[in-house]
Design a protein around this ligand. Structure first.
Ligand code: APR
Length: 259
């Protein structure tokens, strides 16, 4: 027996989903910004929050480029643990929903902070990897990029043909955002009229600047998150509180009726 509060909550969610779907349907260009929360239901831990990776590993000790240079073996022990989790992960209904939205013409691009490649594995075609991709390793000495599956991680740190230490081709703290991804993300954010922000704590710049860029140009912000973020009570127009794997399929189901 559902309590009255539960029933009201569900009715409220249905109303918000309908409002979000109408906004998306009327939009000229919808862009999604995703964070680790969209991959939690694929078994990849988020960084912040109770089960977050940074609860177990201090990011300044394990995810800063200076830490990798100073203690490569120690950092690679964490990286290898994360690589094994990511490589066993598959897209969840949230990733599949965004791929379907693109297919239906309701989503122009995804700007993702994630390095797990799950958006592409789900079928999304225009994905801007703002923090790089775990699918390649890059040499700290010569800059060579090597596909991840060609590198044996049984001995760490892995080394390049030149003898240099390899790192995942992702952005560590203390490193710049790849300039092409930054420019593309800024352009898409400035030109969209709806931004769908999914599963990000919105605290790490410059990724978290994208929703503000969009808002400044008149875009509406739809946020999907299990918890509130600094965006929720400031620039978010529609807050769909809950797990992305539950909410996005419901949103797409409504959009399917609008094609
Ligand atoms: N559905 C929707 N949102 C979720 C879910 C879920 N199932 N599970 C968790 N979340 C939300 C959390 O409430 C949180 O707001 O996802 C967000 C995850 O936040 P972070 O762990 O901080 O991940 P992210 O925002 O991607 O971090 C940004 O920080 O450490 C760096 O480079 C790293 O790309 C990462 C960046």
């Amino acid at each position: 027996m559902l309590t009255i509060r539960k029933r009201l909550g569900m009715a409220d969610m249905e109303r918000l989903l309908d409002k979000a779907a109408k906004l998306i349907r009327r939009a000229r260009a919808v862009v999604a910004l995703t964070g680790a929360g969209i991959s939690v239901e694929s078994g990849i831990p988020a960084f912040r929050g109770t089960q977050g990776l940074w609860e177990k590993y201090d990011p300044m000790e394990y995810a800063h480029i200076d830490a990798l240079r100073a203690h490569p073996e120690k950092v690679w022990r964490m990286l290898r643990e994360l690589q094994q989790i990511v490589e066993g992960a598959r897209p969840n209904p949230a990733h599949l929903s965004l791929a379907r939205m693109e297919q239906l013409g309701f989503l122009r691009a995804i700007i993702t902070q994630n390095i797990d490649h799950l958006h592409q594995d789900a079928g999304s075609r225009y994905v801007i990897e703002f923090h790089g991709s775990g699918h390649k390793l890059a040499c700290l000495s010569c800059g060579e990029r090597i596909p991840r599956h060609l590198v044996d991680l049984s001995s760490i740190p892995p080394r390049c043909f030149c003898g240099g230490i390899l790192k995942p081709d992702v952005v560590f703290f203390g490193e710049p955002i790849p300039w092409r991804a930054l420019i593309q993300a800024q352009e898409e954010s400035k030109n969209c009229d709806v931004m769908l922000v999914v599963g990000t704590s919105a605290v790490v710049a410059p990724a978290c600047d994208m929703p503000y860029l969009a808002k400044d140009r008149g875009a509406r912000i739809i946020e999907v998150n299990t918890e509130e973020t600094p965006l929720t009570r400031t620039i978010t127009d529609i807050f769909l509180q809950g797990s992305a794997g539950t909410i996005l399929p419901k949103l797409v189901a409504i959009l399917e009726t609008m094609v």
